[in-house]
Ligand binder design. Sequence first.
Ligand SMILES: C[S@@+](CC[C@H](N)C(=O)[O-])C[C@H]1O[C@@H](n2cnc3c(N)ncnc32)[C@H](O)[C@@H]1O
Length: 366
Amino acid sequence: MVDGTRIREGQTELIVPAQHSSGGPGKIYDDVFFNEQMAFNRDVSIMLLRALGRDMKVADCMAATGSRSVRIANEVPGTEVVANDINPAAIPYMEENIALNGLTNCRPSRKNLQVLLAEETFDYVDLDPFGSPIPFLHAAIQGCRRGAILAVTATDTAPLAGAHRTKCERRYCSTPMRGYMCHESGLRILMGAVARELAKFDMGMEPVLSFYADHYFRTYVRVRKGAGAADSTLAQLIHVALDPNTLQRSVSTVRDGEHIYGPMWGGKLFDREIVSKMDPTGMADEKRCRKMLDIWSEELDEVPFMYDVSEFSSHLKVPSPRYDTLLELLNKEGRSTRTHISPTGFKSVLSVDDIKRIFVQASETR
Ligand SMILES: C[S@@+](CC[C@H](N)C(=O)[O-])C[C@H]1O[C@@H](n2cnc3c(N)ncnc32)[C@H](O)[C@@H]1O
């Protein structure tokens, strides 16, 4: 018996270390890691796997207590789950959680994930490391079956969002951005790194769902095999320029003196058909899931790069308009949406000059 505490997450009972993280990036207290705040992250996996609606063999490669594995096995019909972690102290938690929920479709495994993924292949491979997923990407790709979903978390937000530029350049071979675009570009740098790793093996990807939340980035991509898929994926990588004097953003397929940020993913973030099938009912944080699904289902993702109300307000030296008024006025001239990345962020198909004109008008109608 492990000396833990019993909680309920979604439709699943879990024993987790009595002392555990409840916010931020989390830290290990009791040999085995558990972060309550990541319940939303696990909710998204459940909703997404249910929305895919097919039988799947799942590898939760870095499972710790098995919270995600056990939830998937319990809450997603048609799944066969391997709960794997290299830490021997994790195994008793996994065993208890499997027994607690009476599961026969989840098995614990204590392997280095590199070994697990060399021995077996899966329809869904989940990487949830401390910090950067880069050291594990190669192995994760080897474990993907044709058409598999690869799910990757990155909690090394500081490098990806530009606070540690050189670290991002070393790890992700990409130059990050600071300022209002830092989180969207961080997410796209992570996706770009996944795309380039896949291309090395003549594979490509189609984005299913990618987001920034709390302290981490998360991407789910569908893996496509073949040199053609690899080439069309690489063709969607971009370099970005930002002119702080005008707020103009522009993208280029090549790096030049202006387009100094990247490379990063310039394609879509969402597969809307799948997002539309994701159902928040019964999730641990149903309210948050509902709100995010609402935003993800409408968020413009063809235009890489959000703007922020404060960015325009300080640039134009005018007061911030009401957010809803601004979006309403923008939408009269061209499609503009919220973004999940920030409650004061927005996206628009309009030119920066048009946004500035409308912003001043919105500011005056406060
Ligand atoms: C952030 S925790 C995972 C949390 C877990 N997914 C959850 O939702 O509660 C990262 C885990 O990765 C495990 N780990 C690190 N390197 C590993 C490796 N090479 N193979 C398998 N597991 C590994 C650690 O032991 C740790 O439990």
